[in-house]
Structures are given as structure tokens and as C-alpha cells.
Write a new protein. Structure first.
Lengths: 525, 192
């Protein structure tokens, strides 16, 4: 993949540096390269190709997960169970698109207007996106086509596995509609990639390539243009700027741990919502003592991780939920905004399964004894779903630098602080209740309510806002303070909405690439 | 243990070997899924850092913490093996041996002679200690992350690598099949 790629000089100040190669960074880089713009992608993780992926949960976790130290604080349960693992995301080329389950849902029109629709909530920092559904619509269409999302563009839905069969039957009893979802997983051969073989290891990397990942779509396509150079194991330390306050390049640690410098015309940060603000904060200078693009003080603030939880239910008959796609069925009825339920915003219900090793680790972290083992005794008769909904942005839910803890390069690590908002708690209770009812309606024996996992959906820590004082970047992800510095991942999200974020991250990246190309043509940057 | 008095003359490796015991057992369920995988009904697990007795006590503790009525001791022994490996580090060995010693001390010298309920109460009382947490956190990973456990609990592990598309991903028969297009389509087939 990297053998014949173009190489750019470290002092080439005409390149765009993209930090991160996941949904945001990988897509942006390809879209820039397609316009003939030279791009250097700096990826902290190593290159693992499809042949390297493992059908073994713990071994794969060691291979792919971001395990660099982080710390946590706040009242969310992860501070106790997984104090150094607030997020379950990937450090590898392709970023978290290697691990994601493939659900590709559009944010609903009203969710872009969260403040106007929901009103002011105490202890929440709600805001309308500076961007409407209608404006993003063409980019959603582009994203669905490029990712091959099922049930769009005449692509048939995926065949449903046993876990879907159980969810579907329960959904009908409760009057919900349910299908196998809008998934960026090939149900048919498409775009040179295979049809899904229902391996059940979506989280461990898709060996057949049926599931969309930038690893084997956007990145090789970008490299093939001759305008994209991908540098794995390149951990960016700081973004540098000149006396005008414009960014001029980055410093990064290469494969051998040596500090390198890459000059740049523009820098786009897509390191996921913990690393992105960490990098801006770690780049503080005498001109920007609070970190880059932080005149609002909002860098790192409004960190969101979605309201989540899982319901697992056991039955008299076998289910074998681990066979086939991890997210095999979706119910969207509860994703509406209906304050009569006791909370604003809504949530999706999506099947989920874990293999035996991870079920033991995540069912009830810290648990032991008969209740716990009773659940695992029924593992082969278990069905499960994940509940994912909008969580409230709060200024105090925040990524900061922990100067007490340093990474392998001596840089302060990120501390993740999170407290559930009362709205999040009310929504989780409702979701637990509906999920339980669904399984009870088809004869569940035992129901297990599982707390949030280390989060894969990390959002909002450098949010988009109309006014510079309310956020970090504008409607194109361009930072309010620094015209040639961009935020290109889920950190941009003004609010979390209920839906899995990847499709929106990709749509925003396509739109941003267009904008950056235009700025370059106009000579504005 | 007289061997301790001259242990400094031996390499650490040799000392560990010398102090290591063996856990022995026989499969309880001759026709269970684990027996089908095992070459014989008898099994032996050599230990490096821990003695046979220490291994036995840990085995009982793990069984009490994670009780699965029909799960073979052979599977629990994987946890003992991982604790034994961890006990090659001085600090962990001291933690485990110290915890075992204080259990024995509270039971007139032999914790293993207590009845099951009494053993359980004493384990429960240790919750939150680093001794308890070391065993629990090791067990919750190793007990459920081996092919014998997979066979017992009905998880197919890496068998899934080739895909279940033609091998049971939607073989559930106790509920009606969902209709299409809510359910999707097998590769190569379409609605029309």
C-alpha cells in the first residue's frame, strides 16, 4: 500500500497535513488528493492490513485499541471500572473505521437545531449547529454512495442474523418497526469489495473488507492519485505557528521515536475527540497560552460520548447472537424528540453482541458471584441490544491536560471528565425499560442491564458554532481563530444527536475538502 | 520450607522450578463438550512459582467466585496457571502467598478443611482487597478466554473467521422468520 506512494519533503510548505486517518482524516485526505492538492497524513498507529486482523477479542484489542495512557474523573462509572480506558477507539491506520460496526444513520433535521427545539436546559450547554440538515443533505448522499450504505442507492439490506430475529419479533410486539439497518457493510459485491460473510468480528477489523473502512477505500484511493503520502506511526506532538498566528506545520515523533517537523500550508486535525483537543492544548505558545484556537476557552469542553447502555436477555432456546454482523438490526422509533417521555432528544435501539471473553469483561465490570455466572451460563441463549442516544453537551464535561501523567514521549496525557446529565440518566432509564419490555414480550427469562462501555462515540470537544465565543470552529470546521487550521473529526459536532456519528463525520469531511479547495483556489490560505 | 535457606545459591529460575507444584485432576463429565476436545480424562498443570497446595487453594477460591455448576476444574486451572505466571514477579507472589497464609491462619492452619459455605463467607469478606482483586480480575479474563470455555459455554470463537453466512447465522427456529425487506437479502439475491 505504501510502497509506491509519492513522498513529500518535510520543508514542503505547500502540503496540507492531515492528522489521523480515520473517518474524518482518511476521507478528507482522499477528497483533497482528488482535487490535486498534496496531502501528508500523519497517523499515530501502525499499518495493520486486513490479513493481520484476528478473530480473537483480547488479542485483537491488544493489536488495534488505543492503549496509550489516559486518565478519568467525574461521576461516570468508567472512572471506577476502566480508569485509564475512557474510550474504546483504534490506534492503527484507518482509525476507528477499522473497529466500527457500520451503522450509518443521518442526523435528523430537528437535531441540528437542538437549542431551538429542546429549549434551554439547566447545566447543559446546548446550541444549534451552524449548519442545517438541508445543507448537509448532498454530502450525506455522497457519503452513503461512497460507503455503500445498505437500503440507500438501491443496495439491498443485509440478511439478518439470529440476534436480529429476536429483536424483530419483540419490536413487532411493541409496535416498533425494525429492519437490518442502514449499514456501510456490503450486502452484495460492490466497489471492489466482497459481500459480508457474517463472521461476527466487526469490532476486530473486517477481514473480507465488506465493511467500509478508510484503511482499504479512501486511503489507497488517495495514494493512487499521487497526491497523498501516508506516514504511519507518526505521533504529532505540536502544531506550530508564525507571528501572524497562522499555523506553519507540525512536529511529530516518527517510527523510531525521533522528533520530525513537517511544514504545511494548512493543518487538519482528526485525532478523535480526545486527542484532537489534547493536541491543541499541548500546542500552547506565548502567543496562545491557552492552546491553539482557544480564545473562547471551549477547546476540550462539551465532550460528549452518547447516552449508552445495553440490554442482554436470555431465552429457553438457542440464539448464538455472536454469529453474523455485530449490529444487525435497528429500531429508530425512540429517536424522536418527545419530551412527554421525561427527557429531550431520543435514542436508537441497535442489536449488539459480544463474544464470550468480552461479555465476561463488560457485562457488569467488577462483578463476580452467582448472578454474574448465571448470565454467562446462558451465553448461547442470549440476545442483546445497544441503546445509543443524544447526551447533553456540558462545559464541565471536558478534555484537559493531566500534567501529572506523561505519555511515552513525555507529553501530558488527556484527562477525560464526564458527569451524566439528569437528561442522560432519564433517557437511559427509559431505554433500559423499553429494551427490557421488548425482550420480555418474546419470552425472556433473565434481563441484564449493562452500563456504558468505554466509548467509541467521542464527540464535541472542539465544536462548531456560529459565534466564535460559543465554540472552536465554524460551519466548515475551520477554527474561528486560525484560518488555516481545521477540525476534521467528530470533535466538530455541536451536539451529539442520537445517531452513530461516522456517516456524519464522512459527510462533513467531504464538505470540508470542497471548502478547503475553494480557499486554496481563492488564495485565502 | 528448608529450600528457602539456600535459595540464594540457586538461580531464581531454578528456585522457582524447585518450588513449583502440579495441579492434577480428572474430567468429571466424560461426554461433555470438553471431554471431546481432551486427549484423555486425566490432566496435569505444572506450576512454576506456586506450590501444589497454593494452586489448590486458588482453584477453590476461583470456583467460589465464579461458580459454574458443570464447568470442569480443568478450565478453572487456566486461571491458576495465569496467576502462577504472574507470581513469577516477587510482588505478586508475595501478594498471593500472603493472602493464602492469612486465610489459613484464620482457619486453624488449613483453610481447605472449612466447609463450602464458610469458605465462601471468608472470600466474600475479602472483596476490595488487592488479593481478592488480583484473583477476580485475572479470572474474569482467563476463565472465559480459552477454547475449553468456548466449548462449554457455546461460543465458537475463531471458527467464525470463515463466516456463518452458510453456517448458522440465521438458523433460529423458535420465532417466525422476519419478512423481507425488513430482513435483508443473501448475496446474489434481490427483491425482484
Amino acid at each position: 500500500m505504501l510502497d509506491r506512494q509519492t513522498q513529500f519533503a518535510s520543508n514542503d510548505s505547500n502540503v496540507v497535513v492531515v492528522i489521523g486517518s480515520g473517518a474524518g482524516g482518511g476521507t478528507l485526505a482522499n477528497e483533497l488528493a482528488r482535487q490535486g492538492i498534496d496531502v501528508v497524513v500523519l497517523e499515530a498507529g501502525a499499518l495493520h492490513t486486513r490479513d493481520d486482523f484476528l478473530a480473537d477479542e483480547w488479542a485483537s484489542f491488544s493489536q488495534l485499541a488505543w492503549l496509550d495512557n489516559r486518565t478519568t474523573s467525574g461521576s461516570f462509572r468508567l472512572t471506577k471500572d476502566f480508569p485509564n480506558l475512557p474510550a474504546w477507539i483504534v490506534k492503527s491506520v484507518g482509525g476507528t473505521t477499522v473497529h466500527w460496526a457500520g451503522a450509518s444513520l443521518r442526523i435528523q433535521p430537528h437535531e441540528f437545531r437542538a437549542l431551538s427545539e429542546y429549549g434551554t436546559l439547566e447545566d447543559a450547554n446546548l446550541l444549534d449547529w451552524p449548519l442545517s440538515y438541508e445543507e448537509l443533505l448532498p454530502y450525506y448522499e455522497n457519503a452513503e454512495d461512497r460507503m455503500g450504505v445498505t437500503r440507500t442507492n438501491s443496495i439491498p439490506g443485509l440478511p439478518g442474523n439470529n440476534n436480529f430475529h429476536v429483536m424483530y419479533a419483540g419490536a413487532r410486539k411493541l409496535g416498533y418497526t425494525c429492519n437490518t439497518g442502514h449499514m456501510a457493510i456490503n450486502s452484495q459485491i460492490r466497489d471492489g469489495r466482497a459481500a459480508c460473510q457474517q463472521r461476527g468480528f466487526c469490532f476486530q477489523g473486517c477481514r473480507t473488507g465488506a465493511k467500509w473502512s478508510t484503511l482499504y477505500t479512501e486511503l489507497p484511493a488517495g495514494i493512487a492519485t499521487g497526491h497523498l503520502e501516508l506516514r504511519p506511526q507518526s505521533h504529532v506532538a505540536t502544531i506550530e505557528h508564525d507571528e501572524r498566528g497562522h499555523v506553519t506545520g507540525v512536529t511529530y515523533f516518527d517510527t523510531d521515536g525521533n522528533l520530525q517537523r513537517q511544514r504545511a500550508r494548512m493543518v487538519a486535525v482528526a485525532g478523535n475527540s480526545i486527542e484532537t483537543p489534547r493536541l491543541l492544548l499541548n500546542s500552547a505558545s506565548s502567543m496562545f497560552p491557552d492552546g491553539l484556537a482557544n480564545s473562547s476557552g471551549q477547546v476540550g469542553c462539551n465532550y460528549m460520548r452518547h447516552m449508552t447502555g445495553s440490554v442482554y436477555a436470555t431465552f429457553d432456546e438457542p440464539v448464538h447472537m455472536y454469529r453474523g454482523t455485530t449490529m444487525a438490526g435497528i429500531i429508530s422509533e425512540e429517536a424522536r424528540h418527545d419530551p412527554s417521555r421525561g427527557f429531550v432528544g431520543g435514542y436508537e435501539m441497535e442489536t449488539l453482541s459480544l463474544g464470550l471473553p468480552f461479555m465476561a469483561a463488560f457485562l457488569d465490570p467488577g462483578a463476580w458471584g452467582r448472578k454474574f455466572t448465571g448470565a454467562l451460563d446462558q451465553y448461547d441463549r442470549m440476545a442483546g441490544m445497544w441503546l445509543v442516544g443524544e447526551d447533553m453537551p456540558r462545559e464541565s464535561n471536558r478534555i484537559t491536560l493531566n500534567n501529572e501523567a506523561k505519555d511515552a514521549y513525555g507529553l501530558p496525557v488527556a484527562n477525560v471528565h464526564y458527569d451524566d446529565h439528569p437528561n442522560d440518566i432519564a433517557m437511559r432509564e427509559h431505554a433500559f425499560q423499553q429494551g427490557s419490555k421488548l425482550y420480555e414480550s418474546v419470552g425472556a427469562k433473565d434481563i441484564y442491564l449493562t452500563p456504558p462501555y468505554p466509548s467509541t462515540h467521542n464527540l464535541g470537544s472542539c465544536r462548531m458554532s456560529d459565534k466564535a465565543r460559543d465554540g472552536v470552529c465554524n460551519r466548515h470546521g475551520q477554527t474561528h481563530d486560525i484560518p488555516n487550521l481545521f477540525i476534521s473529526d467528530g470533535s466538530q459536532f455541536t451536539t451529539s444527536a442520537a445517531e452513530n456519528p461516522t456517516l456524519t463525520i464522512v459527510a462533513l469531511a467531504v464538505r470540508q475538502a470542497e471548502h478547503m479547495g475553494k480557499l486554496m483556489k481563492e488564495g485565502a490560505v | 520450607m528448608p529450600i528457602r535457606s539456600f535459595s540464594h545459591t540457586l538461580s531464581r529460575r531454578v528456585f522457582l522450578k524447585a518450588s513449583g507444584g502440579t495441579l492434577l485432576g480428572t474430567l468429571a463429565f466424560a461426554s461433555g463438550p470438553i471431554a471431546l476436545l481432551a486427549p484423555s480424562r486425566s490432566w496435569a498443570m505444572p506450576l512454576e512459582a506456586l506450590s501444589s497446595r497454593e494452586g489448590e487453594i486458588l482453584l477453590v477460591i476461583i470456583r467460589q467466585m465464579f461458580p459454574h455448576a458443570n464447568l470442569e476444574d480443568a478450565v478453572y486451572t487456566f486461571v491458576v496457571k495465569d496467576l502462577d505466571r504472574a507470581a513469577e514477579a516477587e510482588q505478586t507472589r508475595a501478594l498471593l502467598q500472603g493472602g493464602i497464609a492469612s486465610l489459613d491462619e484464620g482457619a486453624s492452619g488449613d483453610w481447605l478443611t472449612l466447609d463450602t459455605q464458610d469458605q465462601f463467607r471468608r472470600i466474600e469478606a475479602l472483596e476490595g482487597t488487592s488479593f481478592f482483586e488480583k484473583i477476580r480480575s485475572t479470572a474474569v479474563v482467563s476463565l472465559y478466554n480459552n477454547p475449553l470455555a468456548f466449548a462449554h459455554f457455546g461460543y465458537q470463537g475463531e471458527e467464525g473467521d470463515v463466516g456463518y453466512l452458510y453456517n448458522g447465522f440465521s438458523d433460529l427456529t423458535w420465532l417466525p422468520d422476519p419478512p423481507q425487506p425488513e430482513d435483508g437479502f443473501m448475496p446474489g439475491t434481490t427483491a425482484s
